[in-house]
Design a protein around this ligand. Structure first.
Ligand code: OAD
Length: 346
């Protein structure tokens, strides 16, 4: 990223990336940057205890190997869910946001709003932690939906909240209560093969209005959110805070890649903005008061849920193989009987 010598001379940090971040912070402080668009993904919630999807070994998709799915993303594909919803519900209790607390990265988005510089935030996460942290609901879109309501995937009938919580807690599939439907109930999260909320198209028009884009905790592998950073006008800085590089961020001269954990990155950014104490105080005020959801107390870990689901699927496979063998032997006996008896011939 190229900034003026004047900007660079204000910097106290040493690496190029820190100098660039300092220059951006100065432009926010002196009012040159007033419209920050944020895009987040699973990496801002890993510190809250939800594994991301694609990190090798620790990500959900690697962990799902024992389930022998046709491909890992199938667990979130509407066509797979429509006939095999069991794997989704087997892990739902371990990924349900009931007991989670926001991270300091969520708090940073809330602080941008408090400072009146949050133009808009897009999140791919379905945990709703931004709202818990106080990000105003008119400043954010949950592009992949959330757990706050649910309906039958087939007839679209709403399903009661308490029955849904019970199903998730027990790892059972909730089925539609409408007469003669029997479809599986699905939280209102967007699965592969489904459309994003209607307002997404409208809200993405806000991206070219940004004078800074902040991308945090996403591999930028899933469209259409992965395309949002490209909508930022040339010449406008884009900051990536992520463990690894993602998308095309780094390809423009104004881009800044702050590699490392999101929480470390936002603390670094807050230091440069002079907002660090306020950020920590805002975060603590929410984390300390957020009550645990007793409905989800003591739920098994994700690994335990997956191991249990793998055993159940194995059992089911043995049963269906057993059924197949029984039918084959029954058929074999019948054929033998038919052959043994003289049959009437025309
Ligand atoms: P991914 O798992 O694809 O990417 C998470 C990114 O965050 C990776 O680049 C990690 O290196 C990084 N990361 C993980 N923990 C981090 C941390 N503490 N600090 C900084 N970086 C960290 O998750 P998403 O990009 O959110 O959709 O995935 C997008 C969509 O794919 C999800 O919404 C989900 C998934 O399949 C559906 O299920 C429809």
């Amino acid at each position: 990223m190229a900034f003026t010598t004047e900007n660079r001379s204000q910097a106290t940090a040493h690496t190029d990336e820190e100098i660039d971040l300092q220059a951006i912070a100065s432009r926010i402080k002196n009012g040159q940057i007033t419209r920050v668009v944020v895009l987040t993904g699973a990496g801002i919630s890993t510190a809250a205890g939800i594994p991301d999807f694609r990190s090798p070994n620790t990500g959900l998709y690697d962990k799902l190997a024992p389930l022998n799915l046709p491909y890992p993303e199938a667990i979130f594909h509407i066509s797979y869910f429509s006939h095999t919803p069991e794997p989704f519900y087997a892990i739902a209790q371990a990924r349900h946001p009931g007991n989670l607390k926001p991270t300091i990265s969520h708090a940073f988005i809330a602080l941008l709003a408090k400072k009146n510089v949050l133009h808009f935030a897009f999140t791919q996460n379905i945990d709703g932690l931004e709202q818990d942290m106080g990000v105003p609901v008119d400043k954010i879109i949950w592009a992949h939906g959330n757990w706050k309501s649910q309906h039958c995937w087939k007839c679209k009938a709403e399903y009661p909240e308490d029955s849904m919580k019970k199903a998730i807690r027990e790892g059972e599939v909730p089925y539609c209560q409408q007469p003669e439907c029997g479809g599986a109930v699905k939280p209102n999260v967007v699965f592969f093969g489904q459309s994003l909320p209607l307002e997404f198209d409208e809200k993405q028009k806000l991206v070219p209005e940004a004078d800074l884009m902040l991308v945090m905790g996403t591999s930028l592998k899933v469209a259409p959110c992965s395309q949002l950073p490209r909508l930022v006008k040339e010449g406008t800085p884009r900051v990536l805070i992520n463990i690894e590089r993602s998308g095309d961020i780094g390809s423009r001269k104004e881009d800044v890649c702050v590699l490392g954990s999101c929480d470390d990155g936002v603390r670094k950014f807050a230091d440069k903005l002079g907002w660090r104490d306020e950020l920590e105080a805002l975060w603590s005020s929410v984390v300390e008061t957020k009550k645990d959801d007793r409905e989800f107390e003591g739920v098994p870990s994700l690994d335990e849920c997956i191991a249990k689901a793998a055993r159940q699927m194995d059992e089911r496979l043995k049963i269906s193989n057993g059924h197949k063998r029984m039918l084959e032997s029954h058929l074999g006996n019948k054929l033998a009987q038919i052959k043994a008896k003289p049959t009437m011939q025309p």
